[in-house]
Design a protein around this ligand. Structure first.
Ligand SMILES: Nc1ncnc2c1ncn2[C@@H]1O[C@H](COP(=O)(O)OP(=O)(O)OP(=O)(O)O)[C@@H](O)[C@H]1O
Length: 271
């Protein structure tokens, strides 16, 4: 289920080697945080997982199959900014992916299909805490709400893999802490594997099951083009985090999940 294997991947742009010999196996339902100095190729790596860029050498497998050479609904993505469409409402943004895949020609769903998609979209909007904002446009939302919307838009397509490129980097610390809680909840509740680029080590260790560092082992100016970055550290969080399960050592750490496996907001839990 949604494991990713990256095997001896290189990425070059002309004469510049950006990534060199990167191998990584990401377990299904893992949450991997990618950290490293600016310009070392983290976003390039993420774009290869998305299918926007192809490796120069090496292979990437998703569920044992070569990754399709273009973005698809099995991979959702949220960037730091501009992930949502400014001319569509909250509901329109969340519905768009379904409309484009299920009604390819008109990009509009009708009748029962539209009703069902609308119900799903409203549930997803509620899951990210945006109920009541369905008719608003992104410009009418705060930065944190826009990122909640971007997460809802990506998750609506039930991706196997969610790719996050500094999604919370532009948010104030208080808002960021709130959205970290939301991100944990979404990871626990949705059957997906997450790969997130971040500059914030605290964020990496708060959310991830594993923190992977990219670095250029040789970084003298004259060597910059000839040697790429590669994985220099791969740290598994201890005590381990597991999707859908609260930590047995510190049940409050990986909330909001209860030891009985139910989310705190789950109506079944409140009964
Ligand atoms: N399409 C492209 N064409 C040419 N060079 C590129 C392209 N995309 C990225 N690069 C180069 O690849 C290198 C890595 O860029 P990338 O954005 O992946 O780094 P990063 O680690 O994500 O940086 P940051 O943390 O600052 O966002 C940079 O030197 C960049 O100029």
């Amino acid at each position: 289920m949604s494991g990713i294997v990256i095997d001896k991947v290189w990425k070059e742009y002309g004469d510049q080697i950006v990534l060199e010999n990167v191998s990584l196996t990401i377990e299904p339902r893992g949450f991997v945080a990618l950290v490293g100095p600016s310009g070392c190729g983290k976003s390039t790596f993420l774009r290869m997982l998305l299918g926007q860029e192809q490796p120069t050498r090496g292979v990437i497998l998703l569920d044992g199959q070569p990754l399709p050479p273009e973005p698809g609904p099995d991979r959702g993505v949220v960037f730091q900014r501009y992930s949502v469409f400014p001319h569509l409402t909250v509901l329109g943004n969340v519905l768009l992916g379904k409309e484009l895949t299920e009604a390819r020609i008109s990009a509009k769903l009708f009748g029962a299909a539209r009703r069902q998609a609308r119900e799903e979209a409203e549930a997803m909007i509620a899951a990210v805490g945006l109920s009541g904002s369905e008719g608003k446009y992104p410009a009418q939302l705060s930065g944190g709400m826009q990122q909640r919307l971007a997460l809802a838009q990506a998750l609506m397509m039930k991706p196997k893999v969610l790719l996050l490129d500094e999604p919370f980097g532009a948010l104030d610390p208080g808002i960021r802490a709130e959205i970290h809680q939301l991100m944990k909840k979404l990871w626990h509740e949705n059957p997906m594997t997450v790969v997130m680029v971040t500059h914030d080590m605290r964020e990496a260790f708060t959310l991830a099951t594993r923190v992977v560092a990219f670095e250029r082992p040789r970084d003298r100016p004259e060597e910059k083009l000839r040697y790429g970055a590669t994985i220099t550290k791969d740290i598994s969080i201890w005590p381990p985090r597991q999707a859908g399960t609260a930590s047995i050592f510190r049940p409050d750490r990986d909330g909001p999940v209860n030891p009985d496996g139910l989310h705190r907001d789950d109506p079944a839990h409140r009964r």
